[in-house]
Write a protein that binds this ligand. Structure first.
Ligand code: IMP
Ligand code: MG
Length: 171
């Protein structure tokens, strides 16, 4: 499997990320949110988004992994979240919303930890969504149900560092 057709060019991604950054800076004006990046997928999106002028935030990261290929909603990593979320406005930043299992478990946990408010910003959202009711508050791009790599998204650990988002293809 290799990166194929370019779905989102570097220029399109950068333009949209700038736009989202401005929207977030406006929304969170005066609130100083805690931005929680979901590693490793959110690496570049988070970095670019946070460079928006006037977006005053604290930054934290969590490393989550779901057990691929099972119907379990068990996630590894939630326990390492720590406990300093009480009363905070939390903005989760992730690469992609697919089944929503990862993010619904994370939102539930943050509410248990008494976060005042939890919102979600994702770079990508697959149009044909399944399984959970979790919704993103801000989405960069809605895409078809294809496996994509680049700009943080990987296939077996590879291709995260591509500057575009590409569709994975055979070969
Ligand atoms: P969910 O729990 O099914 O929403 O899974 C979300 C996670 O699965 C994302 O954070 C990604 O790490 C991974 N994922 C889902 N779709 C893709 C894709 O098309 N390319 C790369 N990773 C993906
Ligand atoms: Mg992820």
């Amino acid at each position: 499997m290799k990166p194929g057709r370019i779905l989102l060019s570097q220029a399109r991604i950068q333009a949209r990320v700038r736009e989202l950054g401005k929207i977030l800076a406006h929304h969170y004006h005066g609130k100083r949110p805690l931005v929680l990046g979901v590693m490793n997928g959110a690496l570049f999106f988070l970095g670019d988004l946070l460079r928006t002028p006037d977006l005053e935030t604290e930054i934290s990261c969590v490393r989550l992994a779901s057990y691929a290929g099972t119907r379990s909603s068990t996630l590894r990593g939630l326990d390492a979240l720590g406990s300093d979320f009480a009363g905070r406005h939390v903005l989760i930043v992730d690469d992609i919303l697919d089944t929503g299992r990862t993010l619904s478990a994370l939102v539930r946990r943050l509410k248990q930890l008494d976060a005042a408010d939890v919102k979600i910003c994702v770079l990508l959202e697959k149009r044909r969504r399944r399984e959970t009711a979790v919704k993103a508050d801000w989405t960069g791009f809605k895409i078809a149900d294809e496996f994509v790599v680049g700009y943080g998204l990987d296939y077996n650990g590879l291709y995260r560092n591509l500057r575009q988002v590409r569709v994975l293809r055979q070969g």
